[in-house]
Design a protein around this ligand. Structure first.
Ligand code: 3HC
Ligand code: NAI
Length: 711
């Protein structure tokens, strides 16, 4: 039953019950309307109380129904809200837990809002590329004023009970029996006669607040469309009578609902949640509860990982080879926390508390009591295997042993180990305390427990997890390789690094590829290429040597003050004639006649290199779903979320167009551009990546193949 009804001393209590988040689906809305009809007709009912079950009020409108026609006769949320406002009987809402989106909007249409200390409210529609479309942009400013309404709606961030009370969103916080208190308040409100509705309240225009808000917005065409429309809608509340304001809000909501930016962001919302579902790891799979983590190696990654773990409330033991490296790592952590405190991210007490949960040492014995060990030592197989061999002796039998390797095969690290089932890749992205992606890499022997434990860890430390099957580079770096290769080829053929960066930044990346290489360090890729060469693993497609030439000159990037660009004291990238000369010389050495390259060609080649490799990663089961790839690129490489990720973008282009363009590129630039078999298959039936569920892209999508892959 989506809405439970109970009569308490003349008050009709309506409880939303649509687990897990009481999303206001068509069923819920129909049931609510029927209850309103009954309550209004029942003379023994003097008032209504609205509440939620399942420990939450509601996560808002049911996003799954956006863009779909609701079943005939089903009311829309604004209609239900209009009925609540027009009701002759007062409404009190009892807010326990989360009230997001339409959940806060329906509350704002009630006479009084009583919250529990756990109450938290938000209008996060902007995260879906939308605006609050059920009166939130008209009623919230009437409760809080425009400046606060702009802040709440443009950030989409939750507001906790004390602040919600302060802002006038809540009328009170009840520490005891919330429902009883709400019923009492409803009765007293009914005895006062007149309704007290926000819609009747005036709004102070506050022009300065709107000017300030607009100044902060990203350009509409660069993911900022929803922000601009939110400000327009809130401003309408200061210029139009209430009903006209509602009408204007609805028009703007419908416009956004039809926008590609919103479709992309809603795709990201659901893909992020789907990515945490691994067919081989059913709900209820036992996990190792993680409270203490040992991090081995306190370099660039180890220090960031230690901070991410401490920020997630875990106890961290950091281990290095010797004191000097250990103090260097410790100093880096303290410096980063001091910087975060200066930026107001953490209070001094918060920093002290996090550092208090860390210990530092040079003995691996520190791993003996750990629930999880994360190794972040040099990217050398022998060194890593040696560390895992020691851990095998030291660690508890239920401990999970993880490697932060960025490219090495997990099976190679686990080879010969009696703990192969407990060995897994936990690939953080630099800086590990900032980047939200956690790529969980399963080896062929990795247990469901290890995967389930890693998924739970990701939730604990606020990371977005994507599960990959081990291969060279897993999902993210595997697809970054052809992207990187293509950026270099474009530069060999006629473009300059700043051209490629300009095009990809205009596409929406906060940083173009060449600036990204300089940030991560050109030497990281150089070391990997040299290792591959030494292992005789020549790249299937020629790798450009521009990066090697730069590294041979000691130009590793920002860390050496120069890489592809030269950096001034403000770390601003400056194109460098020395690099341009090096590039021209490389073209000449390769016998390439440089030519003008259009922005379209740059974008097409960069994006299709990624998409084609993504399709191959789906074919061989490295990636479970196309949406997982999108999430990996958005949270790992800052791919613009308003474009939904590379695979969603390819669907937007149309897979037959993608196939034809790849075919053209293969005729001009070589067989490595041939469309992946999956793209041929989908284009052939006018299909989309979005049609594919878990493992449905496998080259041989038979049960047997699936069974073969399950360990
Ligand atoms: N509609 C449909 N499904 C929803 C939903 C919603 N509004 N909110 C959550 N869900 C689903 C999730 O997809 C997930 O489904 P799954 O189990 O099949 O994967 C399940 O509910 C649980 O979600 P989470 O894993 O996110 O659960 P958490 O406990 O971590 O978080 C939450 C709960 C804070 C409510 C979070 O889900 C959330 O932020 N949801 C979206 C909130 C939102 O954006 N609301 C606005 C909707 S638009 C709106 O109201 C328009 C109106 O203005 C007209
Ligand atoms: P780094 O060189 O900055 O740090 C490695 C640290 O490991 C050094 O401080 C070294 O003293 C220590 N170390 C080496 N052997 C050790 C041992 N036996 N016991 C304890 N400590 C030991 O390297 P970085 O960049 O932090 O990389 C670490 C791992 O993370 C590598 O596998 C790398 O591929 C991976 N990675 C790197 C990313 C990056 O952007 N730098 C991103 C993602 C993964």
């Amino acid at each position: 039953m989506p809405v439970h009804r109970s009569l308490r001393d003349g008050v009709l209590v309506l409880e939303l019950d649509n687990p897990p988040v009481n999303a206001m689906s068509p069923d819920v809305l129909s049931a609510l309307l029927a209850a309103i009809d009954e309550g209004e007709a029942d003379t023994t009912v003097c008032a209504f109380v609205l509440a939620g079950r399942n420990g939450i009020f509601t996560g808002g409108a049911d996003i799954r129904w956006f863009g779909k026609a609701p079943p005939p006769g089903t009311p829309l949320l604004p209609e239900v809200i209009a009925r609540i406002e027009a009701s002759p009987k007062p409404w009190v809402v009892a807010l326990d837990g989360t009230a997001f989106g339409g959940g806060l909007e329906i509350s704002l249409a009630c006479d009084r809002r009583l919250g529990s200390p756990r109450a938290r409210v938000a209008l996060p529609e902007i995260n879906l590329g939308l605006l609050p479309g059920a009166g939130g942009t008209q009623r919230l400013p009437r409760a809080t004023g425009c400046a606060a309404a702009l802040r709440i709606i443009l950030s989409g961030a939750p507001v906790k009970a004390p602040e919600a009370l302060e802002l006038g969103i809540l009328d009170g916080i009840e520490n005891g029996d919330l429902l009883a208190a709400a019923c009492a308040l409803a009765k007293s409100t009914a005895s006062n006669g007149a309704r007290t509705l926000l819609s009747a309240q005036p709004v102070d225009p506050e022009p300065a607040a709107f000017a300030a808000a607009r100044a902060q917005l990203a350009p509409a065409e660069r993911g900022g469309l929803a922000g601009h429309r939110c400000v327009d809608a809130i401003e309408a509340s200061t210029r139009l009578p209430f009903e006209a304001g509602l009408q204007r809000e609805r028009e703007l909501f419908i416009e956004l609902l039809g926008s590609e930016q919103s479709k992309s962001r809603i795709h990201v919302f659901f893909s992020e949640r789907e990515a945490a579902k691994v067919p081989e790891v059913p709900a209820g799979t036992p996990v190792t509860p993680v409270r203490t983590v040992c991090v081995i190696g306190a370099g660039t990654m180890g220090t960031g990982i230690a901070m991410a773990l401490a920020n997630g409330g875990l106890t961290v033991r950091v281990v290095e080879t010797q004191d000097e490296a250990l103090s260097r790592g410790r100093a880096l952590i303290e410096k980063n926390y001091a910087a975060s405190a200066r930026k107001g991210r953490f209070s001094e007490a918060g920093v002290a508390e996090r550092l208090g949960r860390m210990s530092f040492g040079t003995s691996l014995d520190a791993a003996a009591e750990a629930d999880l060990v994360i190794e972040a030592v040099f990217e050398e197989l022998d060194i890593k295997r040696d560390v895992f061999a020691q851990l095998e002796r030291i660690c508890r039998p239920d401990a999970i042993l993880a490697s932060n390797t960025s490219t090495l095969d997990i099976d190679a690290i686990a080879q010969g180990s009696s703990r192969a089932a407990d060995i897994i890749g936990l690939h953080f992205f630099s800086p590990a305390n900032v980047m939200r992606l956690l790529e969980i890499v399963r080896g062929s022997a990795t247990s469901a427990r290890a995967i389930a434990t890693s998924l739970a860890l990701a939730k604990t430390i606020g990371k977005v997890a994507v599960v990959a099957r081990t291969c060279d580079g897993f999902i993210a770096n595997r697809m970054l390789a052809p992207y990187g290769r293509e950026t270099m080829s474009l530069v060999e053929e006629g473009a300059l690094p700043q051209d490629v960066d300009r095009v990809m930044e205009r596409f929406g990346f906060p940083m173009g590829p060449f600036r990204m290489y300089d940030l991560a360090g050109l030497d990281v890729g150089w070391r990997i290429r040299k290792r591959r060469l030494a292992e005789g693993k020549l790249a299937a497609v020629r790798d450009s040597e521009i990066g090697d030439r730069l590294c041979e000159l000691g130009r590793f990037g920002q860390k050496t003050g120069a890489g592809v660009y030269r950096y001034d004291e403000n770390r601003t990238p400056q194109p460098d004639p020395e690099v341009e000369a090096l590039i021209f010389a490389e073209s000449a050495r390769l016998g390439i006649a440089r030519r003008a390259i259009s922005d379209d060609e740059i974008l097409t080649r960069c994006m299709l290199a990624v998409v084609n490799e993504g399709a191959k990663a789906l074919e061989d089961g490295t990636a479970i779903r196309p949406g997982d790839i999108d999430i990996a690129w958005i949270y790992g490489f800052a791919f613009p979320a308003y474009r939904g990720g590379p695979m969603h973008y390819a669907d937007f282009l149309g897979l037959s167009k993608v196939r034809d363009e790849l075919t053209r590129l293969s005729e001009r630039h070589g067989a490595h551009w041939r469309p992946a078999e999956l793209i041929e298959r989908l284009a052939g039936r006018n299909g989309k990546f979005a049609d594919l569920g878990a493992y449905e892209a496998l080259a041989e999508p038979t049960g047997a193949a699936m069974a073969g892959r399950e360990r």
